[in-house]
Design a binder for this molecule. Sequence first.
Ligand code: MCU
Length: 387
Amino acid sequence: MSYMLLYNSRDTGLTKRPDNCPKITRDATHYNPKLPDPFRFANGRPVKTISDFVCRQREVSELFQNLELGTKPGKPDAVSGSISGGNLTITATVNDKTISFIPTITYPLNGTAPYPAIIAFGSLTIPAPSGVAIITYNNDEIGAQINQSSRGQGKFFELDPDKTANGAMTAWAWGVSRIIDVLETLPSTNINPRKIAVTGCSRDGKGALVAGALDSRIVLTIPQESGSGGTACWRLSDYENHNGTTQTASEIVQENVWFASQFDEFANTTVNTLPFDHHMLAGLVAPRGLLVIDNIGYEWLGPWSSYGCMKTGRKIYQALGASDHLGYSMSPSHAHCSFPSYQTPELQAFVDKFLFDKAADTAFFEPSGNITFDDEQWVDWVTPKLY
Ligand code: MCU
C-alpha cells in the first residue's frame, strides 16, 4: 500500500466511501476542547494503515461537508469547454439548466507546453512563477460573497437551487473541479491537467484551501493569509481572541456566507463539539503539496491560530512520511495580500517540486516573531507511522 492510493486523482467532492470503510456513527459530534484526533474514526476505531487513512479522509471530507461547508456535488450531467485566445469557456448542465463561465489563461513567456498552471481565485496575489500559466478564476460569480445577503447567489446556485444552504466555498471548489474536467479533455489549451495548483488570498485563500481539500487532482494548494476559516483552527482562534482581536466562528458567520447555514449551530454555541478542526482540512490535502503563506501583521487573521493549526496538520503529513509536503512561511508584518519578495524562494521550492517534479527543499516550517505553540495543551493523540 503506498502513496499511489492517496494520489488516486479524483474529484473528491461528495464521493461514496469504499464499502469496506467504517460507517459514520449516527452522531459524530461530541465535546472536545482539544484539536480532534485525525487518526481515529468517528466510530472510535484507530487508523492503522494507509488504506484506513484513505477511508478516514473520506469520512472527514464528508463531516466537513455535512457540518461546515455544504456538499460539493460531483461532475454534472454534462461539462464541456472551448478555448479561444486565452478565454476558456466552461459550460455545465444539470437537468434542464446550463451555466457558463470564462476563466482566462495567461501563458508564460517561457517554458514548455503543456504548461503547469496555477488557478488564481479573483486575481493572482503571488508572483507568477516562470514557465507556469495562470488561470484567473472569478469565483465570486460562481458563489457570491458580499455579505450575509449573498446566501445562495451565483451561478452554482442557478444550476443547483437545492444547494442554497451551501457555503460559497463549496460552490467555488465545484467550479475549480469543472475547470480541471475541461482541461483534461482539451489538449489545445496547452495546459497539463496533472500539474494544477490553486491559490487565493484572504477570503479567497480560505476558498483555495477548500478547493485543494476537495479535489485530489490538484497537486499544489497555496492559501495566502487565509486566517480564521482557512488555515487557522476554530478552537485556536477562539483562544487567541481577546475581546474581538481575532476573528472567530461566531463572528465569521455574521460577516459572510463562506460556510453552510448548518455551521451556524456550532458557531453560535461552541465549536468544541465539531468532530474536526482545520488541521484536518489540511489533512484532506495530504500528501499533496500545501504551502501556507502567512503574515504576522494582522491579529484579526489569527496568526498564532494558523501556525498552531498547521503545525498540528503537519502531523498528518508526518504520519504519511511526507512532512515536507506541508510548508509554512510566515512573514513579518506587511500589507495584506502583498507578497514580500523574500518569500519567493519558498514559493519557488514548492513550484519546482510539485509543478515541475524537480528536487527542492520544501522542509521549512517557521513562524515569524516569537510565536510558539504548545502541542501538549492542544493535542492529546499520538501520530502513527502509516508508511
Ligand atoms: C482573511 O479573510 C477575510 C476575513 O475573514 C474577514 O473578516 C475580513 O473582513 O476580510 C478578510 C479578507 O478577505 O480580506 C480581503
